[in-house]
Write a protein that binds this ligand. Structure first.
Ligand SMILES: [Zn+2]
Length: 275
């Protein structure tokens, strides 16, 4: 059966890339309408789906051609990680709040709103009949049938403070909340000026991101996990795969050096090969 939330929940803040104030209100969805954005400014709802992806530069953006919403992946990750199928996401502004750079504030708000199962609505899911592989640039993915929904993600970056991090994870809402949702976004100090010049990370600060400098890692309150970068990449992957519009089932996914553009291509491939 499909799941939505029981009551509304609101989160306010500033967007990570655009740096502008924004507010998101999660609303229960009666129908089998998936995850979708709504706004009084939109003529129609904007479904969070692969065919709406309009950009993948340092975040995943969706658009209906007229309205664009930037950096949707952390919010979508929270919904998918908790097993929510149907959610109306009312948004003011063009980007959800950065919150603390993780998916935890979204997940906490959704849990506070309460999850609601809809027994009359059948839940379809995405499974595979065989193994598949994909490579794009430096990113590599494999997926194969397996019990449950599990991931093995490798992040590596040639920086003495980063190196190689590997996370293996069996997805359940409880484990997602504790092991993945709190992992924060991060950037390298040497890229920040270039990002800002490109109109990105304008709302970024140590309140909502980890900054990796040449000699030190700057993270508010210290790192939450020794492998926080790999966990955040997994958080992003779960959010980007949510754009397939179907929950994963009986699948094992491995990803090496994933990025948003490759995640979106991989989600398309999964959907194409789904049984
Ligand atoms: Zn992210």
């Amino acid at each position: 059966m499909r799941t939505t939330i029981k009551s509304p929940a609101t989160i306010e803040g500033i967007g990570l890339h655009k740096g502008k104030p924004s507010r998101v209100t999660f609303l229960p969805a009666e129908g089998a309408t998936g995850l979708r954005f709504i706004s009084p400014a939109f003529a129609q709802s904007l479904p969070a789906r692969l065919d709406k992806v309009a950009g993948t530069a340092r975040g995943t953006n969706i658009s209906d051609g007229k309205n664009t919403i930037y950096t949707v992946e952390h919010l979508l990750s929270a919904a998918a990680g908790l097993g929510i199928d149907d959610l109306d996401i009312e948004i003011t502004g063009e980007e959800p709040p950065a919150a603390d750079g993780s998916a935890l504030p979204f997940a906490t708000a959704l849990l506070k709103a309460g999850l609601l199962e809809k027994p009359a609505q059948e839940r379809r899911s995405l499974s595979l009949s065989g193994r598949l592989e994909m490579a794009k640039g430096d990113s590599r993915y494999t997926a194969a049938p397996a019990p449950g929904v599990s991931f093995k993600l490798t992040y590596d970056y040639p920086h003495p403070l980063v190196g190689k991090q590997v996370i293996e994870f069996l997805l359940t809402p409880e484990e997602y909340l504790v092991r993945v949702a709190p992992a924060r976004t991060f950037g390298f100090s040497h890229e920040i000026e270039a990002l800002k010049a490109a109109g990105l990370a304008l709302g970024g600060s140590l309140e909502n991101a980890i900054v990796i400098g040449e000699k030190e890692i700057m993270a508010k309150g210290g790192l939450r996990f020794a492998d926080e970068f790999a966990r955040h990449k997994l958080l992003d992957l779960i959010g980007d795969l949510a754009l397939a519009g179907l929950p994963l089932k009986d699948i094992h996914i491995e990803a090496e050096r994933p990025g948003h553009a490759a995640n979106v291509n991989f989600a398309k491939l999964l959907l194409e090969k789904a049984i």
